[in-house]
Design a protein around this ligand. Structure first.
Ligand SMILES: [Zn+2]
Ligand SMILES: [Zn+2]
Length: 274
């Protein structure tokens, strides 16, 4: 029994390191891309970035522990819904399972995020994430530990009950990481035709989530705009600080898409949480 606990603890610690290194590598990579594509965008933000890395490091521990336990359960064959043999379930489930995971994760995130904006909960938990104003690529996991707890259990628990191929689970983790980092970069990595086209009406990109950080309300979703649209909380796209004189110099410097000309919806980025 004690050997089992030690093995589980080792797996959990190893997963914490993997989650943390993944954060450093992916956020570091996109911070590097930002420096190349939007020179100066993160200037004078060293204090905020240090804060984002500190809270993200604590979040990596909180996210890594339950994930490590479930991975150990899978590796030891003692119980999880993760499978290795693709033939174990119908082929279409390889595709459907990650979609189901992402839909459930998105629904949980939307409703828990809305709860986080109840003023008392915001002041106790969610204010940390909104200290990223505007966010940077390092803000992907910048949560108060209570908020990290609210999100860390979901995917590991789903992996106990809803069958998913290990590769499909890796895909879910990759999507989670990519959305978490790129939606906080402070600029749009996807082309304008996509963001302002049909796909951008369905999925959330930086242009959408950045407006959440500027308005401090609305746009609560994680992957999809479905819940925000259904519940009337979709507040549209950010202009990435075009209305802020101190950041105006960054606009138009980039060579990529999404630097300016977005739908004008944000004119009060200091609004208190509601
Ligand atoms: Zn929020
Ligand atoms: Zn955010």
């Amino acid at each position: 029994m004690s050997d089992t606990l030690v093995a589980m603890g080792v797996a959990a610690c190893a997963t914490v390191m993997i989650v943390w290194l993944r954060y450093l590598l992916v956020s570091g990579f996109f911070a590097f891309v930002t420096r190349r594509k939007r020179p100066g965008l993160y200037d004078r933000m060293a204090v905020q970035i240090r804060m984002e890395i500190m809270w993200s490091t604590l979040s990596a521990v909180i996210y890594g522990l339950p994930a490590g336990v479930v991975l150990w359960l899978w590796a030891s064959g003692t119980g999880s819904a993760i499978y290795l043999d693709a033939a174990e379930y119908p082929w279409w489930w390889l595709v459907a399972a990650p979609i189901v995971y992402l839909l459930i994760h998105d629904a949980w995130f939307y409703w828990s995020h809305r709860l986080m904006h109840v003023p008392a909960v915001y002041r106790a938990c969610h204010y940390v994430h909104h200290r990223s104003h505007p966010p940077t690529a390092w803000a992907a996991m910048s949560f108060h530990w209570t908020e990290a707890l609210s999100g860390a259990w979901l995917i590991p628990v789903l992996a106990l009950f809803i069958p998913i191929h290990v590769g499909a689970l890796g895909f879910v983790m990759a999507v989670m990481t990519l959305f978490g980092v790129t939606n906080h970069m402070g600029w749009e990595i996807w082309p304008r035709w996509m963001v302002h086209g049909r796909l951008g009406g369905l999925i959330i990109t930086a242009t959408h989530h950045d407006n959440h950080h500027r308005k401090n309300k609305g746009n609560y979703g994680l992957y999809f705009r479905f819940w925000d649209r259904l519940c009337g909380t979709d507040v549209g796209f950010s202009r990435f600080g075009a209305d802020r004189p101190d950041r105006r110099r960054h606009e138009g410097r980039g060579t990529g898409p999404g630097t300016s000309g977005h739908v004008a919806v944000d004119d009060n980025d200091r609004r208190a949480a509601q």
